[in-house]
Design a protein around this ligand. Structure first.
Ligand code: HEC
Length: 227
């Protein structure tokens, strides 16, 4: 019997062989610990950072900005240490992106003070005349909805409960509305009076941007100290 002369049998045999291949190369590694590295330095998002991340996704920032530094000399020189798998342990979905209309943001946390982001997000052309980044003015005008925050944190399994979510939200509101908040002047310039005492969507977006790559920088600092 020649398999090549029996099309139906040949099709079935191909499906079986390909399925075994898929199982071995895709599904088995999915459950192997070595493909899911964790680092104790990489911390889950706070409730506020998570909301900021959702706004980043909603506004489509990832269509122009990647969040992955490739192991290429030019990229490492520009952005810092290249991305490692464990950095994305809490990213669902990940936001690696593919278009680099704007700079990569994987290491933007701590690069600028909060005030810089309040100004830039609302009016990029005010800082860089030729920037083609849209101005996101409405983010400073909209009060953050926290209706689903606790539910999202629970679904993503960040390891803290609704009381902690409520505590973080209250603490953050006090922090941004405080006249001594380091970015208070710039925030007041872009935030309309009635929402100044509230958490705006822009507040959470800035908190999220400041988190990007922060844990990795901490990790690098520690490993330098050990040397
Ligand atoms: C149409 C493409 C585009 C979109 C959409 C876009 N950006 Fe940008 N972004 C740029 C460009 C181009 C630059 C570089 C010029 C500048 O700083 O304005 C930039 C710069 C930045 C920087 C400074 C990065 C650095 O290292 O200096 C940040 C932070 C940033 N964008 C955040 C955002 C956020 C947050 C959003 C979504 C709310 C967003 N961008 C949406 C194109 C875009």
């Amino acid at each position: 019997m020649n398999l090549y002369e029996r099309p139906v049998l040949f099709a079935i045999a191909s499906v079986v062989v390909i399925s075994v291949g898929t199982l071995v190369t895709t599904f088995i590694p999915l459950f192997m610990p070595s493909t899911q590295p964790v680092s104790r330095y990489i911390k889950p998002y706070t409730a506020i950072e998570l909301e900021g991340r959702d706004i980043y996704i909603r506004e489509g920032c990832n269509n122009c900005h990647t969040q992955t530094v490739r192991p290429l000399r030019t990229e490492v020189a520009r952005y810092g240490e290249y991305s490692k798998p464990e950095e994305f342990a809490y990213d669902r979905p990940f936001l690696w992106g593919s278009r680099r209309t704007g700079p990569d943001l994987a290491r933007v946390g701590g690069k600028y003070p909060d005030a810089w982001h309040y100004r830039h997000t609302v009016d990029p052309q005010g800082m860089f005349a030729k920037s083609n980044m849209p101005a996101y003015r409405w983010l400073a005008e909209k009060k953050l909805s926290t209706d689903y925050t606790a539910k999202k944190v629970a679904v993503l399994g960040y390891g803290y409960g609704p009381e902690e979510v409520a505590r973080q939200i209250d603490a953050f509101r006090l922090q941004v509305a405080d006249p001594n908040f380091p970015a208070a002047n710039q925030r007041a310039l872009v935030t309309p009076g009635p929402v100044r005492g509230e958490i705006t969507e822009l507040d959470t977006l800035v908190a999220y941007l400041q988190k990007l790559g922060r844990d990795v920088k901490e990790l690098e600092k520690r490993s330098l100290e050990r040397k």
